[in-house]
Design a protein around this ligand. Structure first.
Ligand code: KG4
Ligand code: ZN
Length: 376
């Protein structure tokens, strides 16, 4: 093993089959096969369709990533996989594949958290994460403000959505506007032609008595849907660009306002934004401006690393190896509701399966590595 671990990461929590390979903080390959087109006509991801697509895409995507990275499977120092949260059946395909490859190659297995991976991926773009890291995580299933003193072992939720996730709100409004699925990218594009101040949509949970770091997008979603219905009922054209821009502005305003406030309250001088919605151009622009005004350094990975991919899983896996975190057991299962406070799924205490015996050597290696204080 070189002084930076070479790790392959597998991501199958939703509709993207992602396989990434990293060496420490360096991205070597990022292969993604998406089944999004197969779900579009249903207006949302169909779990069974996603699982079957993962199964078909898995081996070719792994081969593509290995080729792109120019590494042999035997060179790998570990295999990481999203253990949760996500769609149970979809996760299971990735977990099974990771176990099969790890077992066949005699490599340590690391089941990691999808949400922590969305944060850790930024190391591939902007170098080591500051400790603690303040992260705004905004995806199709989650919207949270997280404070992570150590992304491999200590992730603390400060607040999260009490109803819809930010990405879910984009997808639902896109459906009402007949813009197709997924909604985020298309609303982002159309909103550029519209006026963000055209319609004053509500900003959820921003009153003086509301929870400072929680989010709510359900009231906004209803308000936008009613506004559109009223226009249609009156026989008027719906100004799609203005509605998109005004809706997007309401979401982005609340997200950035609360994130900057969390940084100020916690005395953290930087903000990381991750997850699919972090690809949003207006969110990036507003966060940039508000962070600059508050003296906060903003870190947002490039859009391709924000949406689901395997590189983010590999990035967190490499960090687990570098810091000598415990490996997962062969009994690792997919956990559709893995809490954000569990960055990885270590083997249960006192367990004794083949993995321990197979990887005595790897364990020693990992510990030796962590002693060398990687990335110091
Ligand atoms: O992180 P992600 O790829 O998958 C989950 O873990 O959920 O996030 C997917 C979500 C979808 O709701 C999608 O509409 C949203 O991210 N999204 C965007 C943009 N690109 C993707 N939302 C707003 N603007 C975008 N440019
Ligand atoms: Zn995600």
């Amino acid at each position: 093993m070189a002084d930076e671990p070479l790790v392959l990461g597998i991501e199958t929590s939703c509709d993207e089959t992602g396989v990434g390979i990293v060496r420490g903080h360096t991205l070597l390959a990022d292969a993604v096969a998406s089944s999004v087109d197969e779900h579009a006509r249903f207006g949302g991801v169909v779990p069974e369709v996603a699982s079957r697509a993962h199964l078909e895409a898995m081996v070719p995507t792994i081969q593509r990533a290995l080729k792109e990275a120019g590494v042999a499977p035997s060179d790998l120092d570990g295999i990481a996989v999203t253990a949760g949260p996500g769609l149970a059946g979809a996760l299971l395909v990735g977990v099974s594949a990771a176990k099969a490859y790890a077992y066949a190659l005699g490599k340590p297995l690391y089941g990691v958290n999808h949400l922590a991976s969305h944060i850790c991926v930024d190391q591939l773009e902007h170098g080591p994460l500051p400790e603690p890291t303040m992260a705004l995580l905004v995806s199709g299933g989650h919207s949270s403000l997280l404070l992570a003193p150590d992304i491999t072992s200590d992730v603390r939720p400060l607040g999260s959505t009490i109803d819809d996730a930010a990405g879910e709100a984009f997808d639902k409004i896109a459906r009402v506007l007949n813009l197709g699925f997924p909604g985020g990218p298309v609303i982002d594009r159309i909103a550029r032609e519209g006026d963000p101040d055209a319609i004053a949509f509500p900003r959820g949970l921003t009153g003086p008595r509301d929870a400072a770091y929680d989010f709510s997008f359900s009231g906004l979603k209803t308000a936008v849907a009613r506004w559109i219905e009223a226009k249609r009922a009156a026989g008027e054209d719906v100004p799609v660009a203005d509605v998109s821009a005004s809706f997007q502005e309401a979401v982005v305003d609340v997200l950035t306002r609360k994130a900057v406030r969390a940084c100020r309250d916690e005395g953290v001088d930087h903000l990381m934004i991750g997850g699919g919605v972090a690809a949003n151009s207006r969110l990036r622009a507003m966060a940039e401006r508000r962070c600059e005004d508050a003296g906060i350094t903003l870190r947002v990975p490039r859009p391709k690393l924000c949406t689901d991919n395997g590189a983010m899983v590999a990035a967190l896996g490499a960090e687990m190896v570098a810091r000598g975190r415990a490996v997962s057991s062969w009994g690792l299962s997919a956990d559709s509701s893995l809490p954000v406070t569990d960055p990885h799924v270590p083997a249960p205490a006192g367990h004794d399966d083949d993995h321990d015996h197979e990887h005595v050597h790897d364990h020693d290696h990992v510990h030796e590595l962590s002693r060398k204080n990687l990335y110091a």
